[in-house]
Design a protein around this ligand. Sequence first.
Ligand code: NAP
Length: 276
Amino acid sequence: MFTERFSLDGKIAIVTGAGRGLGRGQSLELAKAGADVVCAARTVEEITETAAMVRALGRRALVVQTDVIDSAQMERLVGATLAEFGKVDILVNNAGGGGMQGKPQHEITDDEWRYVIDLNLSSVYYGARAVYPHMAKQGKGKIINVASASGMRGDRRNVAYAASKAGVINLTSALAVAWARDGINVNCISPGPFPTERWQVTPEPAPGSGRARTLPSARFSPMQRGGRMEEMGYLCVLLASNASDYINGQNVLIDGGAMVGGYAPTGYTLDSYLAE
Ligand SMILES: NC(=O)c1ccc[n+]([C@@H]2O[C@H](COP(=O)([O-])OP(=O)(O)OC[C@H]3O[C@@H](n4cnc5c(N)ncnc54)[C@H](OP(=O)(O)O)[C@@H]3O)[C@@H](O)[C@H]2O)c1
């Protein structure tokens, strides 16, 4: 059947940053498509909640508290997955963040710089490296890295984040080439604005509090809205499934046409001006 190619029945997926936001959205759609999900992040309460939601969908779930910055913890995450489920088919390197909005970019300290690079870029390599031997042995695996539209353009308020996400995009290409003959597909998703508990996309620029933590207004986007969690999940399912076996080394932008429409291409939007 046509839809079987999109099915994840019997697959084991690890999702980092699964406790909330896009990671939770991806975990739930992967589960709906049939996968059992290993939920990783630092806050146990949140990943426990996501795991309960996965189980409510009739799938198995495992909670593994993990700080993705620590490569030993990433190895432990994969070890725990193998111990529980005996294999790993899908790794979603989603955990990330650490933007420095509001701080003058020439004042970023060495520690702040390293933190953002380690959180967004090094963690992706640690995760990919940890699953590689197992995926290579089974001759199949799907690695999905979450970058950002910020990795594809300048961003005057977020240079470390933008650099780290650009690194994720090219790390994806490099690993895809390196591991294609092992049967491992490595692809990347670059989300545009997806409202989460922490980030809101305002329908209009609303003067007042919280502006520094507010994404530029949805009215700068061609579709006039941010993305929905499940929409990120659908793309993740595609890249995790057999339907995408010939898609490799790609960076898929999911932003409702925001980038091609010129949404905040430089970080100089009306919101940015008003915020200063
Ligand atoms: N939302 C957007 O508009 C947007 C746009 C472009 C790109 N992205 C990217 O999409 C990914 C998810 O973003 P989001 O908006 O869903 O963020 P979020 O709501 O802040 O969730 C981030 C998740 O990552 C986890 N995390 C953060 N630091 C971690 C660490 N050191 N170790 C393990 N887990 C960690 C968090 O859990 P703990 O804090 O408990 O560890 C949480 O579960 C990130 O890579 C982000 O850069 C998001």
